[in-house]
Design a protein around this ligand. Structure first.
Ligand code: MLT
Length: 278
């Protein structure tokens, strides 16, 4: 591991032994740390409004998962476990012993797995538009079919189909900038990363059976119109996790932090204040 001295700002590069990770690191040195983990197939810029809102009070870090954004792809086959190893190596490189994690969808799968396997490294968890189940057989087959259709029809067609599921209908009128930004994120993701990550998502293990063992405070946020990980799933996680609270965001689909940033940030602010994370 290469220990690095703290740099602040955006688009920084952390050279881990096996991988270079692109990240933003803003906020006071001695403040509580929140690490934001993006969804698939997006990148750290999906958290810009959260970084802006919290950087005066917290140390806010948003990084690109391998292959996404500006992080290297590396040589290994992707898996949620590999992404968790990257996260821990990244925290070690930045000399962060403990942090709060905020993960959306795939970012939530990574956060849940990280808290399960490295409980001593985390003091709070924010799960956004995510779930704890593994893929059904049908969902796995759909992922394989998606890999084939990306090969055949290209990334732009995939991006346009994805947008319809990622955003609530109302966002196509009111959140045009966000919709365009997400389209860019998707079309700028390489085909190799898209297929490797789809295989990782299809192969992920469930974490529902471990929810009752989570000992840290958890905030669960979900868009009321999330079609990918609907509110019922969040209600179930809320019932299983001992110290959890759930907030359902109006006028938001799967990308609730981008579609309803004001309400999203308000709930995060209450959570981190009540739990003395700042
Ligand atoms: C995501 O937003 O990260 C994906 O929708 C996750 C998934 O497809 O399971």
């Amino acid at each position: 591991m290469n220990l690095i001295k703290r740099k602040t700002g955006n688009d920084l590069r952390a050279d881990l032994k096996h991988l270079t990770v692109s990240y933003n690191d803003n906020g006071p040195e001695d403040a509580g740390v929140i690490i934001f983990i993006h969804g698939f197939p997006l990148n750290k810029s999906m958290w810009n409004k959260q970084v802006e809102a919290f950087k005066d009070t917290c140390r806010v870090i948003a990084y690109d998962i391998r292959g996404h954004g500006d992080s290297d792809e590396g040589k290994e086959d992707f898996s949620i476990e590999l992404f968790v190893n990257d996260l821990i190596a990244f925290m070690d490189a930045l000399e962060i012993t403990k942090a709060a994690l905020c993960g959306l969808s795939m970012g939530g799968y990574i956060a849940l797995n990280a808290v399960e396997n490295y409980p001593e490294r985390f003091d709070a968890l924010i799960l956004c538009d995510t779930q704890c189940t593994e893929d059904s057989i049908e969902a796995k087959e759909k992922r394989l079919a998606t890999i084939e259709s990306i090969k055949k029809d290209g990334v732009e067609k995939y991006a346009d189909a994805s947008l319809k599921k990622l955003f609530a209908p109302i966002s196509f009128a009111g959140k045009k900038v966000e919709v365009a930004a997400v389209r860019e994120m998707i079309i700028n993701t390489s085909e190799k990363t898209l297929s490797n990550t789809l295989l990782a998502l299809a192969g992920r293990k469930e974490s529902c059976s471990k929810l009752s063992e989570i000992k840290i405070p958890v905030l669960i946020l979900v868009g009321k119109e999330d079609q990918i990980t609907p509110p019922e799933v969040s209600r179930m996680m809320n019932n299983e996790i001992p110290d959890a609270e759930l907030y359902i965001l109006e006028h938001a689909g799967h990308l609730s932090n981008m579609e309803s940033p004001f309400e999203f940030n308000k709930q995060v602010k209450i959570f981190i204040t009540v739990n003395k994370l700042i």
